[in-house]
Design a protein around this ligand. Sequence first.
Ligand code: ATP
Ligand code: MG
Length: 413
Amino acid sequence: MATLQPVRGTHDLLPDDTRRFRHVVETGRQSAERAGYDEIATPIFEFSEVFKRTLGDTSDIVTKEMYSFTDKGGDDITLRPEGTAGVVRAVISGGLAQHVPLKYFYAGPMFRYERPQKGRQRQFHQIGVELIGVGEPLGDVEVIGLGAATLDALGIGARCTLEINSLGNAASRAAYRTRLVTYLGDHRAALSDDSRVRLERNPLRVLDSKDPRDRQIVAGAPVLVDSLDPESAEFFAAVRAGLDALGIAYRVNPHIVRGLDYYCHTAFEFTTEALGAQGTVLAGGRYDGLVQQMGGPAIPGVGWAAGIERLAMLVADTPPARRPVAVVPVGEAAEREALRIAARLRAAGLRVDLGYRGNLARRMKQANRVNAAHAVILGDDEIAAGAATVRDLDSGTQARVALADLAAHLLKP
Ligand code: ATP
Ligand code: MG
């Protein structure tokens, strides 16, 4: 057996990474909270049916990327590849649909069997929002605005570009599909194998292909925004007017179709040049047919998801780890006292690192290793006096402080 390795496409998050991740998640959560969105957490696995019904049998996710297995009870289970399906399942099974509008934020791991590369893992993480029960374009604008606000709060908004498209209503898509199939049919021979299959099963998805040959053909294809019926065109105009009112810049990109089947009207992506090939950081759209398709009432929805790894790579400076206070006992009696002092300082809200072993020099070295701001040195003299020596490890100055005043002294800015 080979030595134990992480599974391909998975990563350990070490403390620097988790701090970065937490910063991204907390920033997203805070932006969402300010917009009136509360957090929801659904299980990371669901019955496979949940994803098959929502993502459609022809999507890349369902056909190639799902981690599915039969569990010991014989149920067909899938690790979630994305967040929307589970949220909608929760809305239906929890009877939440009667309380619309529902406004949710979520964060957590997702699983897709893809070829790992920079910015593309098999276990990755997303933050996302869903606004369920709002069919007005104002909902799309708010959701996109929340995406923009989150990127701005992370300090990366200026490096991201918003691209939007409209997939229109069902009638517009049907009309467009006919035009597209005619066009792609004429170029059938030059399409990639995957896209020839897509042409049969879900031609719109050819627009999403990353294959260079396909891209060349797609560049000359008719575009959906030209096929919008009056209702769809009006909806799209209202979304753009809302973005204009918010001062959010965007470019209409007629080739954004989103990888999933249930999207209509608005589709959007925030992309960046800074991450190479994996340039989409935040993507979403409107999914009016989804709740009903999953067996719930006919209520509309709109939302987005963003890859935490990709966001974290863009964030330049993450908050540093909080510097601890090092409690440095010298001698056995002092060690016991140090335990009590550390507990008291922690209860007062300080981060405290206790030196476990060695002489004074060794423990001071440990204090420097953990980047402590202060060392609280406790020897027999100090204990006898009911005090400790507090050394400022940056300036080297030290002072004797009564134990009763220790927390207040260390909490002083
Ligand atoms: P891509 O075109 O990059 O495959 P997608 O259309 O499959 O993206 P979505 O399903 O819209 O992506 O997911 C939203 C976001 O989640 C993406 O924009 C990206 O930031 C992130 N994401 C998706 N798949 C992965 C992955 N395998 N590894 C890391 N991040 C991912
Ligand atoms: Mg993908």
